[in-house]
Design a protein around this ligand. Structure first.
Ligand code: G4P
Length: 294
């Protein structure tokens, strides 16, 4: 797994990114942390806490259209118990984004009230978005800026070079996201990121990844997966995952010359279908459960 990390993020790159985020943090009142609702542990970068420190934050559980709805609710409760406001969003369709201004105002209530008590009528609050690659940062910015067209005019005293847009009557958003590096020191974290396509396929053996995904699906037994590959009549739970991959490949007619099963093609198909939520709306990581048990 350390190879994957080296390919995408080398230490110099991380230091530069961290500095950029720290510089932008000085300009904002709160941070919106975008994570993947299917893998809320692995898609978070634990270093972020140290970077943003006490800055108020809202967590956006993105891609909730592909996650299990009950699991997403459980995650929102889990974060609430830690005093963190989290909302479920789908930045592809825009679903859930209407709750965003309210959530930000909630985490900034103390500051807003303090400024109001000092005589400010409608204090303007600023936000930035952070998240690992592919989590949906551009989709979020596109969506939320499309819904709220007005770009903020340059004002004296405001650093040039940063673009802001209005998202409600008291909120402005920086249009440059903070890109966090995915952190996969842990093998399982790396696998979960790869399941969802958050890290590139070329850096992990596709067949091995498909086998690991099947290990997980065998335990979870999602109905769509069973139905899609017609597994009803077989003892798939007790079938070796590589054998199961061959079975699935055969069912789909994925053969190479000589009649052998093309397990490479079957692996790509399985991963593609999982990533497109065709095997069900599946949450890989559940709150309060060690990753190894997911
Ligand atoms: P990034 O800026 O953080 O790197 O992520 P980006 O917005 O580029 O999103 C990465 C991929 O995730 C895109 O798909 C995007 O459409 C998809 N995506 C973002 N948010 C959601 C969501 O809430 N639900 C779903 N289902 N997908 C989401 P892509 O395949 O790279 O491009 P495309 O299919 O949009 O063309």
């Amino acid at each position: 797994m350390s190879d994957m990390q080296n390919i995408q993020w080398f230490p110099g790159h991380m230091t530069k990114t961290k500095r950029q985020i720290q510089a932008n943090l000085k300009l904002v009142d709160a941070v919106a942390e975008l994570i993947d609702a299917r893998i809320p542990v692995s898609s978070r970068n634990p270093d972020l806490n140290g970077i943003i420190q006490s800055k108020p934050r809202v967590i956006l559980l993105n891609k909730c259209d592909m996650a299990n709805q009950t699991a997403t609710k459980m995650w929102i409760d889990y974060f609430a118990k830690q005093n963190i406001t989290a909302i479920a969003v789908d930045c592809k369709s825009g679903r859930g984004l209407n709750k965003f201004p309210q959530a930000v105002n909630k985490v900034l209530a103390e500051k807003i009230n303090r400024l109001k008590s000092k005589g400010m009528k409608n204090p303007m609050m600023r936000i930035m978005i952070v998240g690992i690659p592919n989590v949906g940062k551009s989709s979020f910015i596109n969506r939320i800026s499309r819904q709220n067209r007005a770009k903020v005019e340059d004002r004296p005293g405001v650093t040039r070079g940063n673009q802001w847009f209005t998202i409600s009557n008291n909120l402005e958003m920086l249009d440059t996201p903070g890109v966090l590096w995915p952190k996969f020191d842990d093998k399982i974290v790396g696998e979960h990121l790869a399941f969802t396509g958050a890290v590139k396929d070329q850096v992990i053996d596709t067949e091995l990844l498909a086998v690991r995904l099947l290990d997980f699906l065998k335990r979870l037994k999602p109905a769509e997966f069973i139905e899609r590959f017609k597994l009803e009549d077989m003892d798939f739970e007790n079938t070796d995952s590589y054998e199961l991959l061959r079975y699935i490949g055969k069912k789909r007619g994925m053969l190479v010359s000589g009649g052998e099963i093309d397990t490479e093609r079957a692996s790509i198909m399985l991963l593609d279908e999982f990533r497109a939520a065709k095997l069900g709306r599946i949450t890989v990581e559940m709150p309060g459960r060690p990753l190894t048990e997911n």
